[in-house]
Design a binder for this molecule. Structure first.
Ligand SMILES: CCCCCCCCCCCCCC(=O)SCCNC(=O)CCNC(=O)[C@H](O)C(C)(C)COP(=O)(O)OP(=O)(O)OC[C@H]1O[C@@H](n2cnc3c(N)ncnc32)[C@H](O)[C@@H]1OP(=O)(O)O
Length: 198
């Protein structure tokens, strides 16, 4: 699939969500030009499997704030479905995730999006870190709600991977509470060790 060349300008443009679960559609998205694949980027073929099949979550490492079990206030995001080109996951909003009384803190919702979008980037086969994360908050999320997350890749260009996703309240077809688009940048293995203080 080629990416339309008219998608590369504007800060609030419509995004071609090639692997979106609803199929190839044009719709309003959070992506700016910095999180939208340029013309000529390789877009994932609809239905083709991810290059890497394994999950980024590791049994021997539970320290991740997003998916690990060690942090008392961590999100404990669990992946529920990987269909080859998209990842679905969920987490429950707890008291420790509050911003305004009874409502999830927006920063934690952004963290959840970083996590599920990062899981898609992981499955592209390289080692990616988030370079830019854009988020739209569309509805408040109450404490006690389950947030259903979904993410997919819109394109890869050199070291850069363009990933998008959304979080819905309660059910996979529930109200959309958050949308995100991100640029992930592929890094060498040393990235994860050279800045470590101990
Ligand atoms: C062991 C591993 C386990 C993994 C588990 C996975 C779990 C998943 C779940 C967890 C998920 C959580 C995930 C996390 O939380 S990852 C943690 C949060 N992220 C970071 O810590 C990243 C910190 N930043 C950096 O290290 C560097 O700045 C990077 C590596 C990003 C780039 O520095 P580097 O010197 O290497 O490369 P470059 O500067 O030449 O840039 C390269 C290209 O990229 C473009 N660019 C860069 N930034 C931006 C930007 N902001 N907007 C637009 N474009 C940007 C740039 O223009 C250039 O394009 P071009 O000129 O080539 O066209």
């Amino acid at each position: 699939m080629t990416i339309p060349s008219d998608r590369v300008s504007g800060e609030d443009l419509e995004v071609w969500a090639s692997a979106a679960p609803d199929g190839p559609v044009r719709r309003r998205g959070p992506a700016s030009s910095r999180t939208t694949p340029p013309a000529g980027a390789a877009a994932p073929a609809a239905g083709a499997p991810f290059p890497r099949a394994s999950s980024p979550a590791r049994d021997d490492y539970q320290g991740c704030f997003g998916c690990g079990g060690d942090s008392p206030s961590g999100l404990r995001i669990v992946e529920t479905r990987v269909d080859g080109t998209s990842v679905e996951a969920e987490f429950a909003v707890r008291d420790v995730h509050q911003g305004a009384p009874g409502l999830a803190h927006g920063g934690l919702l952004a963290t959840a999006m970083d996590e599920v979008l990062g899981s898609v980037a992981w499955r592209l086969g390289g080692r990616y870190v988030t370079g830019r994360l854009e988020t739209d908050f569309l509805a408040p999320v109450p404490v006690g709600a389950t947030v259903r997350l979904r993410a997919w890749c819109n394109g890869v260009h050199g070291r850069k991977a363009y990933v998008e996703g959304e979080g819905r309240i309660g059910a996979p077809d529930g109200p959309v509470a958050v949308r995100a688009a991100a640029l992930f940048v592929e890094v060498p293995e040393e990235h994860f060790t050279k800045e470590r203080l101990n």
